[in-house]
Design a binder for this molecule. Sequence first.
Ligand code: GMT
Length: 376
Amino acid sequence: MKIAIVCYPTFGGSGVVATELGIALTEHGHEVHFITYKQPVRLELISHHIHFHEVSVNEYPLFHYQPYELALSSKLVNVVKQYKIDLLHVHYAIPHAYAGYMAKKMLQAEGISIPMVTTLHGTDITLVGNHPFYKPAVTFSINKSDIVTSVSESLKEDTLNLFDITNEIIVVPNFIDVEKHVNPYTECQRDLMAEPHERIITHISNLRPVKRVQDVIEVFDRINNQIPSRLLIVGEGPEKESCEKLCKVKGIEDKVAFLGNSNEVDKILCFSDLFLLPSEKESFGLAALEAMASGVPVVSTNTGGLPEVNVQGVSGYLSEVGDIEDMAAKGISILSSEETLAKFKKQAKEEAARFDTKMIVPLYEAVYEKALELVS
Ligand code: GMT
């Protein structure tokens, strides 16, 4: 099958899932064309099965906002015609589902029928898409997609509650290549990051307010008071500066490393003993799954799709949003003895295996088959 994937190319869950899916599909013999404004960060290899088509937008003095959707729909039309694409798979409703639908209609006018699958990722529904500025267009494009998938049961429920949806929503959870997360380091070079007696705690996100990164620091501070530890914060975003200030105020700046965006997430997780994800909202929590696959227990909030990923008392613990004391107590209980930590590490890895690429990618292939049938 020839599949065009539209996604955000930046560091962030939806782009990562789209890229990993595209790569996995080529391993199943499909041809994949990524269409976005920049080469996706996790897409390192361009082969004859993987193509990348850049969407460019011309600057023009009249435009206060550049018409990206228009450029994207035009690019989609051209790529579909040139490469005889069978199916469009758009990740993140805004504006991809809208642009994809316009492309579909333009192609239809030329006698070309192509199905469009839309995957909802989270903030396109719970934070941004729900705003009155966008809601009618988001509702329309979800309802006009041939098939809609969501990354968790919780996101499906949120979508049905927040929008007037007439389409079926199929849950296809995010996935992880469990085999790739087998630790390649014979001896984790953790001494580069911490003293031998210190535990390593990690947080990975785009440091936006929804991630509640200040809670990460508060929880870390409480754990560190009882169990000497280091905190590694991976990612860039608007909350970084205030978090750096908070670390100074607390006098823990030498214990916290802000590592920025990194392509070495696996390496960092290999050093880690605990992963913190205290988000306000999280449709799935891909970062938590990545940690679990690396054998890192997770203390997270119990919001959105997180309870579908992080299993209470097994792969880690879940607390109410903002309950810093509870998250710290749970973190301490995991880290307090070598035996407990080893048990949670093993269990985290086992739970991650429920989301192995091998099981989830065929679900997308089944969705594609169904979508093709719908337009044939
Ligand atoms: O919140 C982020 O980190 C980015 C955002 C995105 O769209 O790139 O992530 C959303 O999609 C991810 C992949 O499906 C999910 O794992 C995240 O939980 C989800 N984020 C939120 O719902 C806040």
